[in-house]
Design a protein around this ligand. Structure first.
Ligand code: HEC
Length: 207
């Protein structure tokens, strides 16, 4: 190797560390340190000084909060995300129903506020199945939700989703399955997943 090639190699190595450092660390750091806090004005929905979001009917408490713990314990997040990515990062908004109620013009990307009131945001690790941020709009009855958990292959014989039969007991009468309280709570939680409420314009534009 002549010395000219040596310097080229060194330069290329240097660049291959410098560029990712610049784009992944320095530029995002500068962007984040200039972020302005979002203030809420009198014109925006306020309730006792607290922004009225999420809508009270969607606050996850009681059974559906227990269901969220079952979701975490059963490892659903290994195959399902709860994060509708911004369009620059992926085509989530083109996938039917992922962003929420398209017909009503309410479909949108996930915003940080969507995780308000959650002790732990179940963002997920990878997507073997669909994003579940808005699954409560796609599967709307308890019966269908239970069937999806106890026997996903009854919808699609090739389904890659495991059957969560341990959350169900064999019915003493006939061939049916009886959901355990854990399965009921998990279904409460899944039906409550509707992360498409309208947000104040300033939250949406302020990012
Ligand atoms: C090994 C990966 C895997 C795990 C773990 C998993 N799923 Fe799934 N899930 C899938 C796949 C693949 C699909 C799509 C095929 C289908 O609909 O059956 C799916 C589909 C679904 C759907 C239907 C979504 C829709 O939009 O129609 C629901 C609801 C669901 N899963 C809930 C759960 C819950 C709750 C858990 C945890 C108890 C879980 N899944 C665990 C792979 C997984």
């Amino acid at each position: 190797m002549n010395s000219n090639n040596f310097w080229k190699l060194l330069g290329a190595l240097g660049l291959s560390f410098l560029l990712p450092w610049l784009f992944l660390i320095v530029i995002p750091f500068i962007g984040a340190s200039n972020a302005e806090p979002v203030a809420y004005g009198a014109d925006e929905e306020m309730e006792g000084g607290v922004l009225a979001y999420p809508d009270k009917s969607f606050l996850r408490h009681g059974a559906s909060d227990y269901g969220r713990q079952i979701y975490a314990a059963e490892g659903c997040a290994y195959c399902h995300t709860q994060m509708v990515r911004p369009t620059y990062a992926g085509p989530d908004m083109w996938r039917p129903g992922w962003g929420g109620r398209e017909a009503e013009g309410l479909a949108r990307e996930t915003q940080p506020m969507d995780y308000v009131m959650e002790d732990f945001a179940l963002l997920g690790y990878q997507r073997i199945g669909q994003d579940l941020s808005n699954v409560g709009h796609r599967i709307t009855t308890r019966e269908l939700m239970h069937r999806h958990l106890s026997d996903p292959k009854s919808f699609d014989p090739d389904s890659g989703m495991p059957a969560y039969r341990h959350l169900y007991r064999q019915s003493p009468y006939g061939s049916g399955l009886v959901p355990t309280p854990e399965a009921e709570a998990l279904v409460d939680y899944l039906l409550s997943l509707k992360k498409d409420q309208a947000l104040p314009a300033r939250v949406l534009s302020g990012r």
